[in-house]
Design a protein around this ligand. Structure first.
Ligand SMILES: [Zn+2]
Length: 260
């Protein structure tokens, strides 16, 4: 089953997941002021906020900006976060409620990495979180980076494989190595096949994990050939070029099937 709508103007080997709901956007931005009065709380077990409309503490913040002029970012309580399941190469400044969602993301990355490489990454390489600015594609909206409510992920660094996993791995993946969106997302080198599969598997998991992030952007979205942008804006926006899985590429296996 396809998890997201696809567009048809891309190479046949790739499916672009595009979900943009303008209705959800205006609806979310028009949240009643009472939403601010009932401060949302995270699930005590998972640390995650509900991502139903209004369920996340930053949902009620106005994102619309005057078309011109200096951007002033609303005050949001921030914290320096070093990473937990996967340490970050440098600490990030993020809105407090975002931390639980980053931790869930790290757990997801670790799971996918274990499937492909037999271990979790040693470091997450990011290219920023907090940055008070407009959305480049929609300049009348504040970027979630302006609320410290988003992260740009460039890749992961892996240490040597544990002894028990070594035999199952190709030689090149037994020692330390790095995976990067820029270098591996579209690589056609045979030597990079596993890295490409790792990224696209992770991309599919992120699109499916609607409880972790609402916005998932990556290669295929303008300006995102070298990183994944993940945030908790009060709307859903997914645009990322994903390779078809083996099941989707099989003409005998009708995508969507009875559910469409
Ligand atoms: Zn970003």
């Amino acid at each position: 089953m396809n998890r997201a709508k696809t567009t048809h103007n891309r190479p046949a080997s790739q499916a672009a997941a595009v979900v943009l709901s303008a209705a959800a956007l205006s609806c979310a931005l028009g949240l009643p002021s009472s939403a601010a009065a009932q401060e949302p709380r995270p699930d005590p077990k998972t640390g995650l906020y509900s991502l139903a409309a209004g369920g996340y503490p930053l949902d009620a913040i106005e994102r619309v900006l005057a078309p011109k002029g200096k951007v002033r970012c609303p005050t949001v309580e921030k914290t320096r976060y070093p990473g937990d399941v996967i340490p970050y190469h440098s600490k990030v400044m993020v809105a407090r409620p975002f931390v639980g969602h980053l931790r869930a993301f790290e757990r997801l990355v670790a799971e996918v990495a274990v499937r492909h490489y037999g271990r979790a990454p040693r470091k997450l390489r990011h290219i920023g979180t907090y940055n008070c600015r407009r959305i480049r594609q929609w300049p009348t909206f504040l970027s979630e980076h302006g609320l410290a409510n988003g992260i740009d992920v460039a890749g992961f660094d892996f240490g040597p494989a544990p002894r028990a996993e070594r035999a199952a791995l190709p030689k090149a993946l037994r020692g330390a190595f790095t995976v990067r969106v820029r270098k591996h997302w579209r690589s056609e080198r045979a030597a990079d096949a596993r890295h490409r599969a790792f990224w696209h598997d992770l991309g599919r998991e992120l699109v499916a994990a609607k409880h972790i992030f609402r916005v998932v952007l990556g290669p295929g979205y303008p300006g995102h050939e070298d990183h994944l942008h993940l945030d908790l804006a009060p709307w859903r926006l997914v645009e990322i070029d994903l390779d078809a899985t083996d099941a989707e590429a099989d003409p005998n296996h009708a995508p969507g099937g009875a559910t469409e």
